[in-house]
Design a protein around this ligand. Sequence first.
Ligand SMILES: *[C@@H]1O[C@H](CO)[C@@H](O)[C@H](O)[C@H]1NC(C)=O
Length: 251
Amino acid sequence: MSLPRVLSFHLILMLSAFTGAADGYYNSGWKECIYSSHDLSDMVMIVNYIFNKDVFLQFNSTVGEFVGYTELGVKNAQRLNSDGTAQQERAEVERFCKHNAKNRQSAIADKTVAPQVKLSSVNPAGSRHPAVLMCSAYHFYPQRIKVTWLKDNTPVKSDVTSTEELPNGDWYYQIHSELEYTPKSGEKISCMVDHAGLKKPIIVDWDPSLPESERNKIAIGASGLVLGVIIAAAGLIYYKKKSAGRILVPT
Ligand SMILES: *[C@@H]1O[C@H](CO)[C@@H](O)[C@H](O)[C@H]1NC(C)=O
């Protein structure tokens, strides 16, 4: 495809700016493909020709032809609309915009990464309830996600606070939701997370028994206690045996 003549014309203008004029001239041009529907049916292509920040000539694929906004733009629009360039640009919607959008869609937009879900207990300071649970979903894409709290498999809405989906800065997102509650015996609390990357929602039930690190601390403490008791008992037995062997001599 040959470059539209208007662009090469301004490239010459730019050269003259570089060869000594005090104020520079700025010529630029860009092509944009705008769409929001997944099937690309609303694709619009815009080609702008800009001189010193003013658009003087534009091709808008919805309009279907070049439109000029200055005397120079109007002159060029007439030429480009009659010499076959406008026809070429109309075909660019398929060849350039839709072709690239399809590739991007399959390589980026349609990719999903399922979240990893963690349920933990947090300090209830400042809460009206004695217990606060936090459900965190990490490393998911795309942004849209649904975090729901369940009490005995029934969704709860009250006493729930959640962050937005927070961007990690590496394409992935994370979100954190807190539930304030008053523990009841036999009640099952769960966090349910649904996301495009999942075949069915992840449901994590809260296990109110102590976490492993706490269990380890208790085990270490208990072994210490047992050891101490054994040593103390051995000492006592030794002492008793020794004092039993001694004969008291009357004075
Ligand atoms: C393209 O043209 C259509 C129809 O005139 C208009 O609605 C739309 O806003 C134009 N797009 C741009 C970016 O100028």
